[in-house]
Design a protein around this ligand. Structure first.
Ligand SMILES: [Zn+2]
Length: 144
């Protein structure tokens, strides 16, 4: 087990990752079951019922897993920031003058380059009529 022995009968390809530090999160059984289902779906979408053909390299599989992980990460980023933004409603104090200011109807669109690629976030935005400026209430997820 371990090292290159773990890739068994996969064709070797240079550039294959040798660095795999796991950063496991504890998951509930329900979430783990959904992850397992998603993994099976993703495998079927990419390779069909029978799975990867014999000449598939481990690097190809790893690449697909990595790209898919980044796609899931971006979706989670967008989902969580939208939920976070929904916590800001009504009025928020201006960081300059402290006046309670109304949130704008439409949030600020923020294209963000994350560790996992580009994500388009929507930040709640207030306008202070006294200071004539917009501000982002609270400690925004993008560090504003
Ligand atoms: Zn102000």
């Amino acid at each position: 087990m371990g090292g290159l022995g773990a890739i068994g009968n996969f064709r070797e390809e240079s550039g294959m990752s040798k660095d795999a530090r796991n950063n496991e999160l504890d998951r509930s059984l329900a979430v783990q079951a959904q992850i397992d289902r998603l993994v099976a779906l993703l495998s079927q979408e990419r390779y069909g019922e029978g799975g990867p053909p014999r000449n598939t390299t481990f690097a190809e599989i790893e690449r697909y897993g990595h790209q898919t992980g980044q796609q899931v990460a971006r979706a989670l980023d967008a989902y969580l920031t939208a939920q976070h933004a929904a916590r800001f409603q009504g009025e928020e104090p201006c960081p300059e003058c402290g006046e309670e200011c109304r949130l704008k109807e439409s949030p600020h669109e923020l294209p963000l380059q994350t560790l996992d690629g580009a994500v388009r976030l929507h930040e709640p935005t207030c306008n202070c009529p006294t200071c004539r400026r917009d501000f982002f209430p609270g400690e925004g997820p993008a560090g504003n």
